[in-house]
Ligand binder design. Structure first.
Ligand code: AHR
Length: 502
């Protein structure tokens, strides 16, 4: 049995957790859009062809932004193909994913979907084949009230009121040689600066995200980020970073993905602050972690030129959900600088929600820690002071075996502790010290764990893996002395504990 102690002090604030930390991503890729959110011949779709089961599941998650329309798809996409009468929209080759894009869903339709799901669009402009003019025109189409060519076209297409899309990604992963019209850092930095000027001169209330590195493993990281920021620092509001993890066969390494993500954020923050110093700027650059998840990249299936093929449809197991929980903890622990974070993606494509055409849907294991984050992560994150055992990992050396984040919600008078025990062998006898909050009461505890870490959900067994909410009887037996709680964190478990402040 391990011994762990975590102290959470009310005044030791890391930063406000913005609701945009609970964001996601839908790309025109595979079945994310077609038979994912949109399926006009589904028996249970609404008047616009959106699947009602998916709308409900997304609403239940409580996410804020949804990044759209890509992704690698973005860099070859002309947004004008996706507007106007559906029967007039062109069918195109999507060269990024080698599929056929029917353009039956475009920006207007996606806006309608966000209205149904209570989400907001995180827009994206094409910096591959797209021009600076296209970027400005898209902002005009979406955000300008009316009386100009593009805004009147939006009105003619059925949306009188502008969409008010507040945040825009200026391209996608432009550092990646796989990107259509990939650029070097100087060329991208110059193009992004001109695009931002055009976009902000159309709507000066918007915020822009420039492309940082597609992964910390990129050979150009972090030089790419430095150069891009040197070109764009004054006009940009965020720099994006992306990172996917996968289990390459060493479970302990995989469970330590939180540590890798933590180092990535720290180095990216330092790179931003270096450029801030260089520019003698008063502005602090924020990070938009607008693609993060687990992705088994080897599993990519062969396919011909098809419409909406089954691509990147990972089926996650319990171990994946635990590693994922570690990433949730890292994101919350960096809420001072990571202001946007998009789980990539949302439906079918490396996603927490899976659908079957004409049939139902189920949630993957990773749905649970993501929902916990969206539901209970609101407030300010506090710096937990942790004493626990270390584990030796091959890739990262010594890392803590038990990790925590803590969120204080002053309005709701609650403190939520997110805890991951990464040990596959040992439970942890854990003390949670909340003495600085005066009187507290444990009101909720959910646990995601199990004896079979390879267990998964499926259409046949949709509830094979799910979080268990512990009952009142269990909560009332938890020992407490002057705000110090004694609990046991099971081996290989993800835990959410909520305390009411009396
Ligand atoms: O999310 C899948 C892909 O991962 C995105 O299209 C791209 O931006 C990233 O490489």
């Amino acid at each position: 049995m391990m011994k762990t102690k975590v102290s959470v002090v009310k005044d030791f604030v890391i930063g406000k957790v913005e609701d945009t930390l609970f964001s996601s991503f839908i790309e025109q890729l595979g079945r994310a859009v077609y038979t994912g959110i949109y399926e006009p011949d589904h028996p249970d779709c609404d008047d616009k062809g959106f699947r009602k089961d998916v709308v409900k599941l997304v609403k239940d998650l409580g996410i804020s932004l949804v990044r759209y329309p890509g992704g690698n798809f973005l860099s070859g996409y002309d947004w004008k193909d996706g507007i106007g009468p559906r029967d007039k929209r062109p069918v195109r080759l999507d060269r990024a994913w080698k599929t056929i894009e029917t353009n039956q869903v475009g920006i207007d339709d996606f806006y309608d979907w966000t209205q149904r799901t209570g989400t907001r669009i995180l827009g994206a402009v094409n910096m591959g084949t797209g021009t600076v003019q296209d970027a400005g025109d898209l902002v005009e189409y979406c955000n300008y009230p009316g009386g100009t060519y593009w805004s009147d076209l939006r009105r003619k297409n059925g949306h009188d009121k502008p969409y008010g899309i507040k945040t825009w990604c200026v391209g996608n992963e432009m550092d990646g040689p796989w990107q259509i019209c990939h650029l070097d850092a100087h060329d991208y930095g110059k193009k992004a600066l001109e695009a931002i000027k055009m976009m902000k001169w159309t709507d000066d209330s918007i915020k822009c995200v420039v492309c940082g590195s597609a992964a910390s493993t990129m050979p150009t990281y972090p030089e790419w980020d430095r150069i891009v920021l040197e070109h764009t620092y004054d006009m940009a509001d965020y720099i994006s970073i992306h990172r996917y993890f996968e289990n390459l066969g060493d479970d302990d390494d995989f469970l330590a993905s939180f540590y890798d993500m933590d180092q990535f954020i720290k180095t990216s923050t330092a790179t931003c602050d270096y450029v801030k110093a260089l520019k003698r700027s008063k502005k602090t650059m924020m990070l938009s972690f607008d693609e993060w998840n687990i992705w088994y990249q080897k599993n990519q299936t062969e396919h011909g030129w098809e419409k909406a093929p089954r691509l990147l449809e990972d089926n996650y197991n319990l171990l994946d959900a635990l590693a994922f929980g570690g990433m949730v903890i890292t994101l919350l622990n960096h809420s001072d600088r990571v202001k946007i974070a998009c789980l990539a993606q949302l439906i079918n494509v490396i996603a927490p929600i899976t659908t079957e055409p004409k049939k139902g849907s189920f949630v993957q294991t990773i749905y649970y820690p993501f929902k916990d984050m969206c539901r209970f992560g609101k407030g300010v994150s506090l710096q937990p002071v942790v004493r626990t055992e270390n584990k030796i990992t091959k890739s990262y050396g010594e890392v803590p075996a038990v990790v925590f984040s803590a969120v204080y919600n002053e309005e709701e008078k609650t403190v939520t502790i997110f805890a991951l025990n990464t040990s596959k062998n040992d439970d942890s006898e854990t003390e949670i010290d909340l003495a600085s909050f005066a009187d507290t009461k444990l009101s909720y505890w959910s646990v995601l764990c199990g004896t079979d870490l390879s267990a998964r959900n499926s259409f046949e067994k949709p509830d094979n893996v799910k979080s268990e909410i512990l009952n009142e009887g269990v909560l009332s037996k938890v020992e407490q002395n002057k705000g110090v709680y004694k609990i046991q964190l099971k081996k290989a478990s993800w835990n959410v504990l909520r305390f009411n402040i009396c």
